[in-house]
Design a protein around this ligand. Structure first.
Ligand code: ZN
Length: 251
């Protein structure tokens, strides 16, 4: 018997489009074993096991996600630097995170689990880790999924998402800044004394995502300005202090 993590890994690679031969070679398994996992009887049953009680949106009537703040965080992460890849049989949600931030990597994993993922995988990329989970209901929870890159298509919240993002603006902004933002310190030396000015930045090519970010900041009373076409900056001391309450330096 192989541990279930190995089987999940094979299914995840398959969903990512890794060629069959490469999957069994990489995992050092027989093609027969991997073929069974991907195409066998259990795989068929796995596909046909509907409805999936874990998906709040497929419930009748649809429910809201059970952990709304965590959901708002995951939505922010997804809109920042997340990807949804559909294969014939399942859907992969992947969020990329710099290896410098193990705390954020753990938070993404916890959020995926809280929102319905059964198992979460970490895959090393150059300088970063892809945190990913297979679940065909990710597009139900993240209906912003669509063909092409995010900034080339309109991004709007679904009616049921709006109140969650409004009620959990802090978690949503935390997710956005953890993915596509940063906190940095400007140091200025005047007459031998060093003054430090912490700031926040959020960079995103999508004007729709930028609007969602600024709307949440407005709601939280945080002042911001666009320092560049694609970059929002928070520099006012009281606003930086407010962000520090629920974002802080990445770690
Ligand atoms: Zn669903």
């Amino acid at each position: 018997m192989h541990p279930p993590e190995i089987r999940d890994r094979a299914i995840a690679m398959h969903a990512e489009g890794v060629p069959f031969r490469l999957i069994w070679q990489t995992l050092n398994l027989s093609p027969h074993t991997v073929g069974n996992w991907l195409y066998g009887e259990r795989a068929r049953r796995r596909r046909e096991r509907i409805p999936d009680a874990r998906c709040p949106r497929c419930a009748d009537p649809p429910r809201l996600p059970e952990a709304p703040a965590t959901y708002a965080y995951l939505l922010g992460q997804y809109l920042g630097d997340g990807h949804i890849v559909r294969s014939q049989r399942t859907v992969l949600l992947a969020v990329y995170c710099d290896n410098k931030y193990p705390g954020i990597i753990a938070e993404i994993e916890a959020a995926m689990r809280a929102c319905g993922a059964r198992s979460v995988h970490h895959r090393a990329r150059i300088g970063c880790t892809a945190v990913s989970a297979l679940w065909k209901h990710w597009p139900c929870l993240l209906p912003q999924h669509g063909p092409g890159i995010k900034h080339a298509r309109p991004i709007a919240l679904a009616d049921w998402q709006e109140p969650i993002v409004d009620a959990h603006a802090e978690a949503f902004v935390r997710g956005l800044i953890h993915s596509d933002g940063c906190r940095f310190t400007n140091r200025v030396v005047v007459s031998g004394r060093t003054y430090e000015y912490p700031r926040y930045m959020f960079t995103n090519e999508s004007t729709d995502i930028m609007r969602l970010c600024s709307r949440s900041l407005d709601r939280l009373g945080i002042e911001w300005r666009m320092s560049r076409r694609n970059t929002l900056s928070v520099a006012k001391r009281t606003s930086v202090a407010r962000l520090d309450e629920f974002v802080g330096p990445k770690s």
